[in-house]
Design a binder for this molecule. Structure first.
Ligand code: MG
Length: 177
């Protein structure tokens, strides 16, 4: 049996960026990261003047994700940089990642710019997609266009991944087994 895919967004699920800035969520560590994609987005500001991103990460999340009966992949604007900046800090090995066809693009039907790529990348395999930006229109579109089971699971960017998400992931994998 091939396990279902677990497509993981970074900002929101792993990095609860919308939590109150003065109160780092419990269990998280603070990292100041300067990925090249962030430097590029700040052009023409020179690299030395770009303010690093403040990223909160919980080192328990890597082992917890790895213990799930899923095949993990990145579904994040960090793309391959998640493998250098995020994964090693929470104990995840190098993972495949979705290379977006239209980063931050506007969708003609009002879908999230990731949604069509997520479904194309899954290639018909069962998947769960963790993201803080997916909405009802994405859930509907995925149900209509993905030929297998799929669970788009919204995560609150004020809290990040919580036990309820891990419980839902375990339960879903069992049902699909
Ligand atoms: Mg996000």
């Amino acid at each position: 049996m091939t396990p279902p895919l677990l497509l993981i967004d970074v900002d929101g699920p792993l990095n609860p960026y919308a939590a109150p800035a003065t109160r780092r969520p419990e269990g998280y560590g603070t990292h100041h990261l300067l990925p090249e994609s962030w430097v590029a987005r700040n052009a023409p500001t020179p690299r030395s003047k770009v303010k690093p991103l403040r990223v909160w990460l919980n080192p328990a999340h890597g082992p917890e994700l790895l213990s799930l009966p899923y095949e993990l992949a990145w579904a994040t604007t960090w793309m391959d940089e998640a493998n250098t900046f995020i994964g090693p800090r929470i104990g995840l090995p190098e993972l495949p990642y979705i290379a977006w066809s239209d980063l931050f693009g506007e969708d003609p039907d009002g879908l999230h710019w990731k949604t069509r790529d997520v479904v194309a990348w899954a290639g018909g395999r069962p998947f769960v997609w963790l993201d803080d930006e997916l909405g009802p229109q994405d859930i509907e579109w995925i149900a209509a266009h993905h030929p297998g089971p799929a669970l788009p699971l919204w995560v609150d960017p004020r809290t990040g991944l919580e036990e309820l998400h891990f419980a839902a992931l375990r339960e879903w994998a069992e049902e699909e087994d």
